[in-house]
Design a protein around this ligand. Structure first.
Ligand code: ADP
Ligand code: MG
Length: 383
């Protein structure tokens, strides 16, 4: 786009964690900076739209984006003014007062019920504030709301730099991966990720399964898992996936405990020696060794979901080992998913991966092979 003299209406994902009225984690604001810098340098007036939390369609002080504007200004090293509403006179006046290369953040779009209803009148009002819709909110791209999809009906719509990176990196892994393509899927339940497993199994060379969901697969192989998290209704689905070939790799050894909330040291055992009172809480060292070798040989590694109850340091070794193996690998390495991203960040390894996705739910739906409304809305309008 030629941005000179234009107003960019930029949907960002500034849905940041707040604590006592302050921004508790500014990762998502930082992730939007390349797009904001680019637009400023190219002479655009930058009008930012975002949601924060779930205010259910009415204004609520605790969901105000005002503190976020202050943090954005600090990170940008330039003023970021704030408007007390995202439509109407407050928004119009704030946009008029903003010059080329300057930035204004409008109040929470979810203070209006029309946002989540994708109301076209509301989208039209938002569209009146700018010339071009820039969607940089990958984290909200799986929702068809007025500011994530509806706007594209009223004005030219393009992807921001963060959105583009998410789509290109994850999309290339799914459609045209450098092989061998290894996926690692963990987390609590098969049920929340069955569609992910079904989409990935057709595309990958290896599918490494850990975390609570591995238990249902171990059960499908006839192993006893004691008190472990198990989804009996999904044993059949796991059996069907295992029958598709030899791509699935399960843990051969596991860490078990009878003391999930306490501090007793855990026990490591073979995956077929879990006692009736024990629960599986991590993958074991032999499994880590196998997973590490698979990651080491890969051309592309896509990871979603921790290998164990990593929130407790007693059960974090498997998850941390996978994070380190990915950081050490020369493959294209991608991690997506709320808790797995948190584990990578806690370990200080985010900078050593190719891509740490900013979208938990959105990246999951993307990996499921679903069309994301916020992405689909951009198609055809980019010329
Ligand atoms: P992500 O957010 O990365 O997609 P999920 O939300 O699917 O991951 O799952 C994360 C949760 O899974 C973590 O809170 C973790 O404690 C839990 N978990 C991992 N392994 C186990 C296990 N063996 N038993 C019970 N819960 C587990
Ligand atoms: Mg999660």
């Amino acid at each position: 786009m030629d941005w000179s003299g234009k107003t960019a209406l930029v949907r960002v994902d500034f849905n940041v964690p707040m604590l006592n009225g302050q921004v508790a984690d500014d990762t998502r604001i930082r992730a939007a900076l390349p797009t904001l810098r680019y637009l400023r340098e190219h002479g655009a007036k930058v009008v930012l739209l975002s949601h924060l939390g779930r205010p259910d369609g009415k204004p609520a002080d605790k969901f105000s984006l005002r503190p976020v504007a202050d943090r954005a200004a600090e990170l940008l090293g330039a003023p970021c003014t704030f408007a007390t509403d995202c439509v109407g006179p407050a928004a119009e006046d704030a946009v008029s007062a903003t010059g080329a290369g300057e930035v204004v953040l409008l109040e929470n779009v979810r203070f209006h019920a029309e946002e989540e209803a994708n109301d076209s009148g509301f989208a039209g009002q938002l569209a009146g504030l700018g010339d071009v819709f820039v969607n940089d909110a990958f984290g909200t791209a799986h929702r068809a709301h007025a500011s994530t999809a509806g706007l594209a009906e009223f004005m030219p719509a393009v992807a921001g730099l963060l959105m583009a990176k998410e789509i290109v990196v994850i999309g290339t892994a799914l459609e045209d991966p450098k092989r061998p393509f290894v996926a690692i899927v963990g987390g609590a339940k098969v049920s929340s990720k069955l569609a992910v497993l079904e989409n990935l199994i057709a595309r990958v060379d290896r599918l490494l399964i850990g975390g609570g969901m591995a238990n249902t697969f171990l059960k499908a192989q006839g192993r006893e898992v004691g008190q472990s998290l198990l989804e009996p209704d999904l044993v059949e689905a796991a059996t069907n996936l295992l029958a598709l070939g030899n791509k699935i790799v399960l843990p051969t050894d596991v860490v078990v405990t009878t003391d999930l909330k306490g501090s007793a040291p855990p026990r490591t055992c073979s995956a077929d020696q879990v006692g009736p009172e024990e629960m599986i809480v991590d993958i074991g060292p032999a499994s880590v060794g196998v997973f590490r070798i698979e990651i080491g040989h890969a051309g592309t590694v896509l990871w979603n979901g921790p290998m164990g109850v990593f929130e407790d340091p007693r059960f974090a070794a498997g998850t941390l080992a996978v994070a380190h193996a990915m950081a050490d690998s020369s493959a294209t390495t991608i991690v997506g998913g709320g808790e797995s991203v948190q584990a990578v960040e806690q370990a200080g390894l985010a900078d050593r991966l190719t891509h740490v996705s900013t979208g938990g739910g959105a990246s999951l739906e993307f990996i499921e092979g679903k069309v994301l409304p916020g992405v689909a809305a951009l198609k055809g309008d980019c010329s």
